[in-house]
Write a protein that binds this ligand. Sequence first.
Ligand code: ADP
Ligand code: MG
Length: 588
Amino acid sequence: MTYLLNDPADFAVDALRGYAAAHPEHVMLAHGGVVRSTDTPVNQPALVIGGGSGHYPAFAGWVGPGLAHGAPCGNIFSSPSASQVYSVARSAENGGGVLLGFGNYAGDVLHFGQAAEKLRAEGVDVRIIRVSDDIASGPAESHRDRRGIAGDLVVFKIAGAAIAAGADLDEAERVAWKANDATRSFGVAFEGCTLPGAGEALFHVPDGEMAIGLGIHGEPGIREVPLGTAAEVADLLLDGVLEEEPERSGAYSGRVAVVLNGLGAVKYEELFVVYARVAEQLAAKGFTVVAPEVGEHVTSLNMAGLSLSIVFLDDELEEYWLAPADAPAFRRAAAGLPSGPPRTEVHTPGEDPIPEASAESKESAALIVQVLELLRDTAAEHEEHFGRLDAVAGDGDHGQGMAYGTRGAAAGGRDAADKGAGARTVLLHAGDAWAEEAGGTSGALWGAALTAAGGVFDDARAVEAPAIADALAAGIDAVVRLGGARPGDKTMVDAALPFRDALAAEFASTADLAGSVKKAAAVAREAAEATAGITSRRGRSRILGEKSLGTPDPGAYSFSVLMDALGNFLGSPGSFTELRSETSPDKQ
Ligand code: ADP
Ligand code: MG
């Protein structure tokens, strides 16, 4: 759907006016299109590219130094008229002749051809480059008869660079055809696009299927196949274009430019997911990728689909592909690559060296891993419930956050312990992993809590009951420090502070750690439930604060659940509590 328009009939013209208004440094309006707002240098060939509207950035977005000189823009998906092409070309031409470029479609061939006739009749030298990169639209033997899709970008970029480097019209024409002959594209679509003002998409692809060999004017694909994973789609596109790879010898050695193009409704993130696989496969097949482009380049309104273009480069094509350009929708810096030696290393979590630990501390570390695994199992058990609480006034992800976080912490802790870490280091690693895996507010706070708790332990000694009580308090203090929430803000702090105070009091009088934690957990549960009576003043749910009335705070509630599990663990045989008799104050 196109949501914003005035009169649907004026959509393309209105869009062009706005585009020109947004980029006065680059372009100005001409009849039926735009030209550079600076004169074409005398005797420089003018590259005039175009086609229908509805494909932005193609074609108007590519007018500027190092790229095109002008772009006639037809109505949505229909060729500019001959008179529009003529006007734009006339405006751009300055003694060097005109190279007209467009995707190979019947309407464009006719209208651009007719404009060329008129210009020639007036003594202007005109050449034509018809881009024909789409392998789905015809056999390899007649590559130049295929239709043009996202290959438009590379062909025009390369031709524009040749012109900027001083090519005359003969030379510009030769380079443009060479680029076209070296470019192959292949696409798939998941859903057709809807013309502005229309109520229905031009075509539909059945759910769970994709159409192979899309066009960029709402032409459906040539056949429908089951929709695969992103990696399968990547492989399909790649296998298609690589079928026509020339032999690697002489000028071509496996260096390629790559354009992964979104048609309008595919997210950049999705494109990157696909590109990750494309890059990996190209590397595995011995290709070297030169300045890949992943994004929207030749769109088709809101069409859901993507295409992959590969340019088999020789030195000349590569030089022009890499040359600077400065158009509103395509910029390449002159010597823009950062200088300095290439970086060989980045920090990887979990790969920091593990400090030496004593046997006693390692024994405690093993128990800490058991605790983390228990928290993991507990969070998994309550995942749905935590999520439901968060869905009332938050975003519903608290169950997932806790499940991911505890899973990460358990795995991170176990990994460190396996590498010989002591109690402190295991908990520090677990804290990092929790925050890393959970994301979200609660993930960051719990990660900080584990880290702070770990700081109380050390790698030389066994963990003893008083240290556990201190570690719990330190973790809670870290949450308060980092999160800045105050009692009554309706956060986990409302359960954690009463827990901390109850634990301190109980442990001081009984010296029974497990019992104290159990008791404090019950206090925390009650406090968490009491948060149902207040409205949120912190975190995501503050926005919908009133809505949270009647539901306990998810973070407070999950805190009480995990502390209860911890109490159970501490009270079980084989836990830290066995250490208690030697180390804790005598309770008799
Ligand atoms: P997100 O809010 O990022 O979606 P979660 O849903 O996992 O993260 O966690 C929500 C919980 O985080 C809340 O219920 C609340 O207990 C806790 N929280 C949010 N902000 C704070 C804060 N500043 N201090 C302490 N806890 C907070
Ligand atoms: Mg949430």
